[in-house]
Design a protein. Structure first.
Length: 252
């Protein structure tokens, strides 16, 4: 660049470091949002981004940088969205604890990919127990069957494995009993707890709510991380400027 534009390397570096991305003026309206957070870097260079994206215009209408993902940051995000004059008609979230309560006044869709990830964490990708195999198979029907059909499958599964789930093991070191198949129980409990939010997109078909957060996971987070990888070596503040500039110029 120094050779091409006939400026010194130092002058170009100063211009780059003093550059401030321009923040677009948002147009208040009714929105269907996808909410999520992601993190960049490792250890001391690690920082995160929490964001709300309108699935109709694909515009990121609110975002800010974070150090940890918690309910306080989502409260701040919602406050900023509504302070700008937006009216939230529905949201799709990853199911983080506390979010269902924070957005209890609007339709909430639990991301199917995140639900599957929860089950994989408890049951593994290739479960060996028959109860786990059957529960995994039922979860694969998400997005393919109705809420009524899915609920019935869970009821049938629980009836079949009710005795299995109640089995306990004695620990002589603690002198206490605990459930033998705790991970299977936790996987089932996650489905039961999230069931009211897994089929919101079918209950409110007129809103066209997405059943995953892929608008952010694959549609936004992945390109941003690839961009930072290309520009690896720059400091955190420059990384943040790069991210803001990217978000404010999507679709331009």
């Amino acid at each position: 660049m120094a050779v091409k534009y006939h400026y010194s390397r130092q002058w170009i570096q100063e211009k780059i470091h003093t550059y401030q991305p321009q923040i677009n003026q948002r147009v208040p309206r009714e929105v269907i949002l996808v909410l999520d957070a992601t993190f960049f870097g490792k250890r001391i260079d690690k920082f995160g981004l929490i964001i709300a994206k309108d699935i109709i215009t694909l515009e990121p209408i609110s975002y800010h940088f974070i150090t940890t993902e918690n309910i306080k940051e989502y409260k701040r995000l919602r406050y900023d969205i509504e302070a700008q004059g937006f009216s939230i008609k529905a949201i799709t979230i990853d199911g983080k604890r506390g979010l269902f309560r924070l957005f209890a006044d609007i339709p909430i869709q639990m991301c199917h990919f995140h639900q599957q990830a929860i089950l994989t964490r408890y049951l593994t990708k290739n479960p060996k127990l028959q109860a786990s195999i059957d529960l995994k198979r039922i979860s694969s029907y998400l997005g393919k069957v109705s809420a009524k059909r899915f609920s019935l499958l869970l009821v049938c599964w629980h009836k079949r494995y009710e005795t299995f789930l109640k089995v306990k093991t004695y620990n002589p070191e603690t002198n206490k009993w605990h459930y033998t198949h705790r991970r299977v129980r936790s996987a089932y409990r996650s489905l039961i707890s999230n069931l009211p939010y897994l089929f919101t997109y079918k209950k409110h078909t007129e809103l066209e709510i997405p059943n995953t957060t892929n608008h952010l996971d694959g549609g936004l987070f992945s390109p941003m991380k690839m961009l930072l990888k290309i520009h690896r070596g720059i400091g955190i503040e420059m990384k943040k400027k790069l991210i803001v500039d990217y978000l404010e110029n999507i679709g331009k």
